[in-house]
Write a protein that binds this ligand. Structure first.
Ligand code: PLP
Length: 358
């Protein structure tokens, strides 16, 4: 008998697996969560969300309530919104519905989960290297994108942190109106502009958003997308699972969105800390350490001496600080590190650990 399942399983087993942040009791600056948000604030909301719930029942009213609140907060009609179990799940569902046998254009480095997922669906992937200043090589990108059916742009980009110039993206999109464009705005709350008003009018752009970052709900798994009415409706009614998000997470999300003023306060603190850290690093370090423009809740820097890069990682580990080691990037010197911006105390701990490395 043809052992097709065994060989397919072996093929899948050879794919990259998404490297999750480490489990650590130390300072976790490796997953871009909102650590400025008070743990107790979320806890109180979560307890309330559980108390009012009857888990014998499927989420129905909770879903309507969440959509209503999301629409109120984003000022986007709920007809243009669709939610998922984290934006990871939305990516997966979009690729499973539209990705088979298709070619995708994106750039590198970018959000690795997206690439891994494309591989799972046996898609062809063309990754155009970002330029040395992390901007998009427009000519090469459009050239490749014209040969693809799907385009993935993460802006602000993870791990580089920068949001791409709006006019440049408009220019790129103008050339690609027959493609499916997925614009990942996971870090939009820390950035300068959103594409949502263009998106709701377009036929081919889907914006991805999440409550895992600015809204401090990585553990609740709530993501959403913004798209034209037709896509949103088909996604909600046909592509998405009937009950993808549990009652409690929906209630928590609803309550958090009602408290958006507090979230905005934490975003302000993070942005202020971002500037402080970047200024400090630019002032105190020589050419060995290059900090890039960031419009996210993390910083991204290059250590041109690979030995120093390793020494930095060793020191951070010794001080129980977890960061995301990105490592080497093709055609660039040394190694690269991504660090989440936390509270002032956390950030000082990171800076102090860094300063021990010579
Ligand atoms: C760019 C980007 N998109 C999507 C996600 C996934 O977010 P979620 O927690 O909503 O699945 C992440 C998480 O790190 C991310 O960095």
């Amino acid at each position: 008998m043809d052992k097709w399942f065994e060989s397919k399983l072996m093929e899948i087993g050879k794919l990259n697996c998404y490297i999750k942040p480490v489990k650590s009791k130390g300072l976790k600056l490796d997953a871009n969560e909102n650590l400025v948000l008070k743990k107790n604030f979320i806890k109180k909301i979560a307890i309330k969300a559980i108390q009012k719930e009857d888990l014998r029942k499927y989420p129905l009213q909770q879903l309507d309530n969440f959509y209503l609140q999301l629409s109120k907060y984003t000022k986007i009609d709920k007809k243009n919104l669709a939610i998922g179990n984290g934006s990871d799940q939305i990516i997966d569902l979009i690729l499973s519905a539209f990705g088979k046998e298709k070619r995708v254009t994106t750039f590198t480095p970018t959000f690795s989960y997206f690439i891994d997922r494309c591989q799972l669906y046996s898609m062809k992937i063309d990754k155009i290297p970002l330029l040395q200043d992390n901007s998009i090589d427009k000519k090469k990108f459009i050239q490749s994108a014209k040969k693809s059916e799907i385009i993935y742009i993460c802006s602000p980009n993870n791990p580089t942190g920068n949001q791409f110039d709006k006019e440049l993206l408009i220019d790129i999109f103008k050339n690609l109106d027959d493609k499916l464009i997925i614009l990942d705005e996971a870090y939009i709350d820390f950035a300068n502009y959103s594409f949502f008003s263009e998106t709701v009018k377009s036929q081919n752009i889907i914006i991805l958003r999440t409550l895992s970052k600015a809204f401090g709900l990585a553990g609740a798994r709530l993501g959403y997308c913004i798209a034209n009415e037709n896509f949103s409706s088909i996604f909600k009614n046909i592509i998405q699972y009937p009950y993808a998000i549990n009652n409690i997470s929906l209630n928590i999300g609803n309550e958090i969105l009602k408290n958006s003023k507090y979230i905005e306060k934490t975003i302000k603190i993070i942005k202020k800390e971002r500037k402080r850290i970047v200024d400090y690093l630019n002032k105190t370090n020589n050419d060995e350490l290059k900090v890039f423009q960031t419009d996210s809740n993390f910083i991204f820097f290059q250590v041109s001496d690979i030995n120093k890069y390793e020494r930095i990682l060793t020191q951070l580990k010794k001080d129980k600080i977890s960061v995301k080691a990105i490592g080497m990037i093709k055609d660039r010197e040394g190694g690269h590190i991504r660090v989440t911006i936390g509270t002032k105390r956390m950030n000082n701990k990171f800076l102090s650990s860094l300063s021990k490395v010579t």
